[in-house]
Design a protein around this ligand. Structure first.
Ligand code: NAD
Length: 332
């Protein structure tokens, strides 16, 4: 059997090579090219395709693969929002993802950035670069004194809650479906308004779906404590960026750590040196000392990358051999 893996980065190669060594029954071809209608030609004669990209899996691309009799697509990531689901169903695709590659990678980074906000490290670094070594007026706050409101009690939200509790913070967790174990532990609330009212930090861990689009907007910010800190390691569409800017201007929001932005594909994972961003909201947010932006790197650890590579290749091989996989994504 033959599998082609698209968009393979240098940091993925060692894991790809290990996997090939352990699976000699598979002829594995790798390319650093992303998968599109043109590069699809490279998949001729393959039984499965493995990919990870922000670029869309369009109807044209899926049709092209279908014409080449390829119907097994295995993603190295979780999100399937860039797949034309209608076309995937129409052309009979079986698609797998890697739903849990390392919740700790994202949660640990969320806490890191929260601590950076609380300790005001961006302000200190800016002062330090100017050889200003004075302490005042950048006095910090402690995590153990915070009430951290976690929205979304899935894999990542739970680890985030666990780490924050380890630091001694009070933790409140909201999920649209109640979680009995968290109710029993006394950390669950079924009221988002209560979480907004009580929390000094709000951290988002829900998926980008219709019901979560712009869930943090002007109305939501107005329900929060003045000076609340916002952490978003999930998806850019959860926050209305213009409303966030207004809330930062008024001081209603005291700071934000954002690993994701609404239009991040314009700039993230690209070398933008000497280029304008053409993303005014990013420019506005990025120049603020109380806003920390990272280019969707929360997931980017050895552990997570290894799991993404190995589990996607395993799923592709399994699909080819058996036509099934426990990582099959429900489309449509
Ligand atoms: P998950 O599916 O395990 O958990 C999501 C939780 O949100 C579930 O408990 C679900 O019931 C709950 N939920 C869904 N809709 C809700 C709503 N409207 N209100 C409240 N709760 C709701 O997902 P996860 O693995 O914990 O990941 C969370 C998000 O993190 C993902 O959706 C993804 O967008 C993001 N993520 C980011 C990175 C990164 O590098 N920054 C990496 C991986 C995942």
């Amino acid at each position: 059997m033959k599998i082609i893996a698209y968009g393979i980065r240098e940091d993925e190669r060692p894991y790809v090579e290990n996997w090939q060594w352990a699976n000699p029954d598979v002829e594995l071809v790798c390319t650093d090219k992303l998968l599109d209608v043109e590069s699809a030609e490279l998949a001729a004669g393959c039984d499965g395709v493995v990919a990870y990209q922000q670029k869309s899996y369009s109807a044209d691309l899926l049709k092209r693969l279908h014409e080449m009799n390829i119907h097994n697509l295995s993603l190295r990531n979780v999100g399937v929002d860039n797949i034309d689901a209608e076309a995937a169903v129409k052309y009979g695709f079986k698609i797998t993802n890697v739903p849990i590659y390392s919740p700790a990678a994202i949660a640990e980074f969320g806490v890191t950035q929260l601590l950076n906000l609380l300790r005001r490290t961006k302000e200190f670094q800016n002062k330090f670069a100017k050889r200003d070594y004075r302490w005042a007026p950048n006095i910090a706050s402690e995590l153990n004194q915070q009430t951290v409101g976690i929205v979304g009690a899935g894999h990542i939200g739970r680890v985030m809650a666990h780490i924050c509790r380890g630091f001694g913070a009070r933790v409140m967790v909201y999920n649209h479906r109640p979680k009995p174990d968290l109710v029993k532990a006394g950390v669950f609330t079924d009221s988002l308004d209560e979480l907004y009212k009580e929390s000094t930090v709000i951290s988002l861990h829900v998926p980008a779906v219709k019901s979560t689009y712009h869930m943090l907007n002007r109305d939501a910010f107005a329900k929060m404590q003045k000076g609340v800190l916002i952490v978003n390691m999930s998806r850019g569409s959860l926050i209305d960026e213009q409303d966030l800017i207004a809330a930062l201007d008024s001081g209603q929001v005291g700071g934000a750590a954002l690993d994701v932005l609404e239009d991040e594909t314009k700039i993230f994972n690209k070398d933008m040196a000497n280029q304008p961003s053409n993303y005014p909201a990013f420019d506005d947010l990025n120049q603020r000392e109380n806003v920390l932006i990272t280019p969707h790197t929360a997931f980017y650890t050895d552990e997570a990358v290894r799991n993404m590579v190995e589990q996607s290749l395993d799923a592709s091989r399994e699909l080819i051999l058996t036509g099934a996989s426990d990582k099959l994504v429900k489309l449509g």
